[in-house]
Design a protein around this ligand. Sequence first.
Ligand SMILES: NC(=O)c1ccc[n+]([C@@H]2O[C@H](COP(=O)([O-])OP(=O)(O)OC[C@H]3O[C@@H](n4cnc5c(N)ncnc54)[C@H](O)[C@@H]3O)[C@@H](O)[C@H]2O)c1
Ligand SMILES: O=c1ccn([C@@H]2O[C@H](COP(=O)(O)OP(=O)(O)O[C@H]3O[C@H](CO)[C@H](O)[C@H](O)[C@H]3O)[C@@H](O)[C@H]2O)c(=O)[nH]1
Length: 336
Amino acid sequence: MIAGQASRRAFISGVAGYIGSHAALCFLDAGWQVIGIDDLSTGHVGCVPMGVVFHQSGVSDPETAALLAQSPPDVVLHFAAKTSIDESIAAPGSYYETNTGQAARFFEAAARAGVANIVHSSTAAVYGEAGDQPVDEGFRLRPASPYGRSKLAAEWALSDTCRATGMRHVILRYFNVAGADPLCRSGPRGGAQHLIKVVAEAAVGLRDRVRINGTDYATPDGTAIRDYVHVSDLVRAHLSAAEYLLAGGGSVTLNCGCGRGYSVREVIDATLALDLHRFAVTDAARRPGDVARIVANSSRMMDLLNWTPSHDRLETILETSVAWEQAMLNRARAAS
Ligand SMILES: NC(=O)c1ccc[n+]([C@@H]2O[C@H](COP(=O)([O-])OP(=O)(O)OC[C@H]3O[C@@H](n4cnc5c(N)ncnc54)[C@H](O)[C@@H]3O)[C@@H](O)[C@H]2O)c1
Ligand SMILES: O=c1ccn([C@@H]2O[C@H](COP(=O)(O)OP(=O)(O)O[C@H]3O[C@H](CO)[C@H](O)[C@H](O)[C@H]3O)[C@@H](O)[C@H]2O)c(=O)[nH]1
């Protein structure tokens, strides 16, 4: 922040979640004021960073619309969503309700309140199966799960709302977000089934076994390939996106990944190479809704937002994830 300049205000939905809490830290570190809401359905109030003005409220609750209207922020960041591919297959209605319907009402409330700029969390899951080539934003959209479809529909709702109201958006399609704040101020909490969290839990002794979901994919080692982006790099892209919009940038949709794919087996081997708790590895069936391979071409974002990842080594992602799990374990032991 420039001396004498009033600090900017960000309004964050899903601030008690994994990525939302890291975004709050990033914006607070940059001198912004942060107002956050979360219904705590999967988030934890303990994840909300100190300094955030927090309200327990749902994205489409009247209280949220009133907060936006009371004092419209410079930028809204929308993270709140349901995020499990498995659960979306079992209960698709709740995914369309939260990720599409409530999101659409939230976008309208923001526009009605006079918000000019919004950064929205979307996902690589909107593409579906990608094959061997890194995908750019023009790649065909064929989501493989209700989760992906509910998020794609939210993108359409946002761009239509922006077109109708003059609000401008940056939609960021994240690839696989992983890692934890290097200062261990936040990280992924319990309940997550994401691969990097699972292996980090195993590395600190919380699990004795890691399952590989599918060993018969058409990939070099038969396991699924993903593009992992460190959460601290990802939230830095949100700060750049906010600055881009504040400088008058037009609505845009951008991939956010590192452009390098790692297979499930490579992730597991890299974790075992850290030489921490030894764990067993079991071959299992493919997980419904999974794709074989997806890796980003993020050059549009790199150019427009001047973004380069600084924690893109798999080892760094794993080390920060393991440090976070160890810190949580130490805290739990100290408390018992
Ligand atoms: N984690 C990833 O790898 C990944 C990848 C691509 C996209 N995304 C997107 O990033 C965003 C954040 O994901 P995350 O991994 O931090 O998930 P998360 O579950 O940790 O965080 C989501 C937060 O939203 C809150 N929430 C859910 N429904 C709500 C509602 N109706 N009203 C208010 N709060 C609500 C939850 O309590 C939680 O705190 C999501 O939109 C997700 O689709 C995540
Ligand atoms: O214990 C595990 C956990 C995961 N996997 C496999 O590891 C790969 C990565 O799985 P994650 O659950 O870590 O991530 P996904 O690719 O399924 O999905 C994540 O990235 C997507 C974007 O591509 C979505 O946005 C979604 O929100 C987010 O969960 C998948 O093949 C999965 O089956 C295992 O083999 N064993």
